[in-house]
Design a protein around this ligand. Structure first.
Ligand code: ZN
Length: 495
């Protein structure tokens, strides 16, 4: 396979050329949502980031098995080993079955991901559907001596594990410091060490999500599901594990420990993490009042938003930053993205309206070749989407200059630019023209508008100003923007 994709591996802290373990097969596992609330930007970013990776690897001919899990049990309110289960809590508050909560929010998650044009993964396993596999994994870790039972619960023995392996290998945390500073075991007296984490928790009498096990009626620890399900579907060793940076510790550190403790080796070859999202320069938080969910963005129904933002504006905006940089959402920045994306989509449509020449200078074959090469190189460089987008803007500028008659493009090169947009903007970056794709009859509609404007041009030639003005005024009133050009006209329908 002819690619040279380099990815930043969080584990080795450097960019590495991606080499699959069993080419052409690639195993990709990404931590999915805990489904107890409306989908928000924190869900959109990893989904879009790894959608790009999925699309890019698929483009090169790899057969990617993309597993993205659904956490529907075991994720406790304080993200550690205490507090109520997040889903059970929501179920109690809303007087629903826990699985009703899961289904309700999962449907909404799927709907939002679909709107963002995120491709569905190959397998979407639920933690609650893999309790047997998780119990099996706890047994293996116990057999290897890296876990202990205490009052019906089972905990991972971090101190013992760290004598053989390195707890902190991914996050860079020093386990000695953690052992020394977190000696206090208040409320966690069952643990030998407060850094130990639960593999199995005994359920209290009021806990509703519970399963029988050799140790107690209880439920699995949050970190266990990803180790059990990635192994089940991708094997004991697989290529890429992704997720948000906020999952590096403790979640992914614990996954590594569970794999190594049970099999003697790490499971993952490349760990990839997307950076976080901020809103108006601040971390998103319910208490800060800046927690805007995706539907509110799509409808413009949050007090901090001055307008609605189409799903493609959100997607494009996220891709205008590299996935390892933070993205700060603000009305100004989103509006700039909306305009930018419109400009690209307009330029794409304008390719078909160009009067091409035999030969084009200075935008000749060499120039188009370089543009194509630059786009591939940017994708190969750890999925550098903002650089790809900047090259597409350069192409748009040339298309518009050619349309205005300020430069020339040959037919062959205009076709190559069209192919470049098809591949990079639509196929790899996953942008769709919502105006067009949202309306199956758009093509007929578009032809009808072209026809009206042809009639207007004829009317002008015949000095029939009444008809010409009438068509222009009526279309403008309907929201069309009409521009006369050297060769005829351009139009667009403003949102
Ligand atoms: Zn996970």
């Amino acid at each position: 396979m002819e690619h040279q994709l380099s990815v930043y591996n969080t584990l080795t802290r450097k960019k590495e050329v991606f080499e699959p373990l069993h080419s052409p097969h690639v195993g990709l596992y990404v931590c999915g949502p805990t489904v107890y609330g409306d989908p928000h930007l924190g869900h959109a970013r990893p989904a879009i980031t790894f959608d790009i990776l999925f699309r890019y690897l698929t483009h090169w001919g790899y057969k990617v098995r993309y597993v993205r899990n659904i956490t529907d049990v075991g994720h406790l309110v304080n993200d550690a080993d205490a507090g109520e289960d997040k889903i059970a809590r929501k179920a109690r508050l809303e007087n629903l079955e826990p699985m009703e909560v899961v289904q309700y929010y999962l449907n909404r998650y799927h709907k939002a991901m679909d709107a963002l044009n995120v491709l569905p993964p190959s397998i979407e396993p639920h933690a609650s559907g893999h309790i047997i596999e998780q119990i099996q994994l706890v047994k293996e870790i116990l057999n290897q001596g890296y876990a202990y039972e205490s009052e019906g619960s089972v905990y991972f023995d971090v101190e013992k594990y760290n004598q053989q392996y390195n707890y902190g290998v991914l996050s860079g945390r020093n386990v000695e410091d953690m052992l020394n500073t977190t000696r206090e075991l208040e409320g966690q007296e069952e643990k030998r060490n407060s850094v130990d984490f639960a593999l199995w928790k005994k359920a209290s009498p009021e806990h509703i999500m519970r399963w029988p096990s050799p140790w107690s009626d209880g439920f699995p620890g949050w970190h266990l599901e990803c180790t059990a399900m990635s192994r089940k579907y991708l094997g004991e060793q697989f290529d890429i594990h992704g997720g948000g940076m906020d999952l590096i510790f403790p979640h992914h550190e614990c996954e590594i420990a569970q794999s190594a403790a049970s099999t003697g080796h790490e499971a993952v070859r490349y760990w990839m993490h997307n950076n976080m999202v901020t809103v108006n320069g601040q971390k998103m938080g319910k208490s800060l009042g800046n927690f805007i969910n995706l539907e509110e963005f799509f409808k413009g129904s949050h007090p901090l938003l001055t307008q609605a933002y189409a799903p493609m504006t959100i997607r494009f905006f996220i891709l205008q930053a590299h996935y390892r940089s933070t993205v700060d959402f603000s009305n100004e920045a989103l509006q700039a993205s909306e305009k930018g994306l419109d400009r690209l989509l307009e330029a794409y449509k304008n390719i078909g309206r160009l009067t091409t020449t035999e030969e084009g200078e200075p935008y000749n074959d060499a120039w188009v070749e370089k543009l194509e090469k630059d786009c591939i190189e940017a994708m190969n460089d750890d999925l550098n989407t903002p650089i790809v987008i900047s090259h597409l803007f350069e192409a748009a500028r040339v298309i518009n200059a050619a349309l205005a008659g300020n430069t020339a493009l040959s037919k062959a090169n205009a076709d190559r630019i069209k192919a470049l947009f098809d591949l990079f903007l639509f196929n790899l970056l996953g942008i769709k023209d919502e105006q067009k794709d949202g309306n199956a009859s758009y093509e007929s509609f578009s032809k009808a508008v072209d026809m009206l404007l042809q009639i207007r041009m004829q009317a002008k030639q015949n000095k029939d100003w009444a008809t010409s003005d009438n068509i222009r005024n009526e279309l403008t009133a309907l929201g069309f923007e009409i521009k006369d050009t050297k060769d005829g006209f351009e139009w667009k329908l403003n949102r």
